[in-house]
Design a protein. Structure first.
Length: 399
């Protein structure tokens, strides 16, 4: 039986980041992905590396500060993958957030960025409001511009995996974890190698011994826990689907941050490959089976908000003819009362005394995957000791 320091289950951005960080720290790493790298949520996000301006409203200041620090780091570490982009916030006569409220929020955002160059914001003079093609000007009272960053989430995850491999990590796709047995001081992990192509034919069953196991399976985190022996309690979670529409409408030069005309949420209207990307929703799923699909209600919701601000492109029915693609990512949130929009977005780490060599991750953000990785490495060091580092994680360039 092969033996490694660390087995990671899940090849999304969190699993990839942990593999990179752990390999840099000198640990022997095996990452198992049941499909392909970044095939699910980490290829279907809103494509943003951002501080999370809206999280200020729910008081998540530490998360915003951390996210802004990570935005700065990723702009330096992955300049070909993460790019600054202007964001615009229009404020109308009937907007729930007043110009003063927006200015106060952007001032706090700049303060939490420690006055990074991207922390600057400004009010756009009314003579320049028409530069945003198609934006409704009737009732517009103010237009603010600030900065965040955009990325190709799938390419970023693949770049992290590429770097982890260069540091010695072994990454196996089409490898489904089937058992995790807790023993004294280590775990035995069983997995099946499955043929690519959708027929799910098992080609081989393998077992490996690991001093520590990280369950970073994203929406399937509790499905992995069901494979653990002895049995282990799982967190109560909700699956929250975030859907996006790509419209055959030429993109503006920046991202619009828009209040929903239906509820308390905000959405983004973004440039993506020359077209217009609109998202996201927050729809709680009753079950998770197969590839997530956008619902008719989500389509009407996103197009309704878009049409509210960009009416020159026709009503919702006319806009449906301009939909050229859609995609959905599924997030994991702790099961709580209240709407999903206001839930905490930080990563929750869970380890139990009965299973001291197993750590499970719940939730998390694309932007903060590096801080999640370093926090997991702290747990690994406490659990199995440290190793001779191979590289400085904070200086690893991604391309």
């Amino acid at each position: 039986m092969d033996a490694v320091d660390l087995v990671i289950i899940g090849g999304g951005i969190n699993g990839a980041g942990i593999a990179q960080c752990a390999s840099a720290a000198g640990y022997s790493v095996l990452l198992l992905e049941k499909s392909t790298i970044a095939a699910q949520t980490s290829a279907n996000s809103s494509k943003l590396i951002h501080g999370g301006l809206r999280y200020l409203e729910s008081g998540q200041l530490p998360l915003v500060r951390k996210s802004l620090a990570e935005r700065k780091a990723l702009l330096q570490l992955a300049p070909s993958l993460v790019n600054p982009i202007p964001f615009y916030i229009p404020v109308y006569e009937n907007s729930r957030r007043s110009p003063w409220t927006i200015r106060a929020g952007l001032s706090l955002y700049a303060l939490l960025s420690e006055f990074d160059a991207l922390g600057q914001f400004k009010s756009i003079p009314s003579v320049h409001w028409s530069k945003i093609k198609g934006l409704k000007l009737q009732g517009l009272k103010a237009l603010y511009q600030y900065w965040d960053a955009q990325t190709d989430d799938k390419l970023l995850t693949e770049a992290v995996i590429k770097n982890a491999r260069s540091l010695g990590a072994q990454v196996i796709e089409h490898a489904k974890c089937t058992t995790i047995e807790q023993h004294k001081g280590h775990c035995k992990v069983g997995y099946q190698l499955v043929e690519a192509g959708g027929n799910n034919a098992v080609t081989e069953t393998v077992q490996v011994e690991a001093l520590a196991v990280i369950n970073a399976a994203g929406p399937w985190v509790n499905e992995v826990l069901a494979c653990v022996k002895p049995q282990i309690a799982a967190e109560a979670i909700e699956w929250v689907q975030g859907s996006h529409l790509l419209l055959d409408i030429p993109a503006n030069d920046g991202i619009l941050y828009l209040e929903s005309c239906f509820d308390q949420r905000v959405i983004f209207v973004m440039p993506w490959n020359g077209q217009t990307l609109v998202g996201t929703t927050e729809t709680v799923l009753e079950q998770l089976s197969g590839k997530p699909q956008i619902t008719d209600a989500e389509t009407d919701y996103l197009l309704g908000i878009y049409q509210h601000y960009f009416s020159e492109f026709g009503d919702v029915e006319a806009l449906k003819s301009r939909v050229i693609d859609s995609f959905c990512g599924v997030r994991v949130l702790p099961k709580q009362t209240g709407n999903a929009f206001d839930r905490p977005r930080d990563t929750l780490q869970k380890s139990q005394a009965s299973h001291p060599n197993l750590l499970s991750l719940y939730g998390g953000k694309l932007t903060t995957y590096r801080t999640t990785a370093t926090e997991v490495i702290d747990w690994i060091e406490q659990t199995i000791g440290d190793r001779q580092a191979l590289a400085d994680f904070d200086k690893l360039q991604l391309e």
